[in-house]
Write a protein of this length. Structure first.
Length: 321
């Protein structure tokens, strides 16, 4: 099967890309890591105005209907530009919430939600910034209360909080844990893919200008091979991510979402390692923007399930064990 975005889907992705390209996303991410959420929430509202969050909400609750392909296209751009905040968690929460008012708030961008899913996701991301903190306890959806300050994270813009159940609420799903985990895995895979593509683009640009022995290092065959391997892995992951989006809600959707998450996480991590190797020590520097994506790629590697976890789910689905 040959899959390509249609003209409307491409235009939507380009609209999100242009919106984020014109914003100071790096500044918002750094502010978010310091606990200043105002610039990040401004980005959030802009994404909502573009219709991104409405793509995860049914039409009867003010959304555009759940449209996974368009959502994946937007989330790749979210990852490519390093947008902070619980974007994936809000989209996953929209799949399990039964409250029409909350769903309408997610669609119009006035409500940001976060979701913990022990033991797979023990912490609630950005609970200090979210308007609604949720957790699944005993396969029932609960409101949650953050406990204490944020835990250390590989990515300073991903603030992790412990939380405890504070009362069961109505859920749209009889198995909110499985539904949220599957949707979040797909969304996180798209975000990781976007981060990996940004890392590769930045590294390709860098090797064209950095010189050793009187020529750009991009002319060295070993460097070209490393970049080619990274590109191939990202392209392979992209096919799986879009394939999982097309298969969403089908009989194999959980398997395909896991395959996409495993591949995209590994591809983004390879892109981060390649970027570090070819940039040298500057890649570690806090003031250098590339470090934001290097850290994010590592954090997304295990967010919503490690590659090993998702490969295990794929194997179980294939073998029936």
């Amino acid at each position: 099967m040959r899959f390509t975005l249609d003209s409307e889907q491409r235009l939507f992705a380009e609209t999100v890309r242009d919106l984020l390209s014109g914003a100071d996303v790096c500044g918002a991410a750094r502010a978010w890591g310091r606990g200043d959420h105002a610039p990040g929430r401004a980005l959030w509202r802009a994404l909502a105005d573009a219709g991104v969050f409405a793509l995860a909400v049914p039409e009867e609750h003010g959304g555009a209907g759940v449209r996974p392909v368009e959502l994946v296209a937007a989330l790749i751009e979210v990852g490519r530009h390093g947008v902070p905040g619980p974007v994936v968690e809000t989209l996953a929460a929209a799949q399990v919430l039964g409250d029409p008012k909350a769903l309408a708030g997610i669609a119009d961008g006035s409500l940001a939600a976060t979701l913990a899913l022990p033991p797979l996701v023990p912490y609630a991301l950005d609970a200090d910034a979210a308007d609604l903190v949720l957790t699944v306890h005993g396969d029932a959806l609960h409101r949650a209360e953050p406990a204490g300050g944020p835990h250390r994270s590989l990515d300073p813009a991903r603030r992790l909080f412990s939380c405890s159940p504070a009362g069961e609420i109505a859920s749209a799903e009889s198995s909110p844990s499985a539904t949220a985990a599957e949707f979040a895995a797909l969304a996180c895979a798209a975000q990781a893919l976007g981060a990996g593509r940004r890392l590769l683009d930045a590294t390709v640009a860098h090797v064209r200008t950095r010189e050793q022995f009187g020529c750009p290092i991009g002319e060295f065959q070993a460097v070209q091979h490393r970049l080619a391997d990274t590109l191939i892995e990202l392209e392979f992951a992209g096919s799986l991510v879009y394939g999982a989006a097309v298969a969403h809600s089908g009989p194999d959707s959980a398997r395909d979402a896991s395959a996409a998450k495993a591949a995209a996480s590994e591809a983004a991590y390879r892109a981060a390692r390649t970027a570090l190797q070819l940039h040298g020590a500057i890649g570690y520097t806090d003031e250098f923007d590339l470090s934001l994506w290097i850290r994010k790629a590592r954090a997304l590697h295990t967010a919503w399930g490690s590659p090993a976890h998702h490969r295990g789910r794929v194997m179980a689905a294939l073998t029936g064990k």
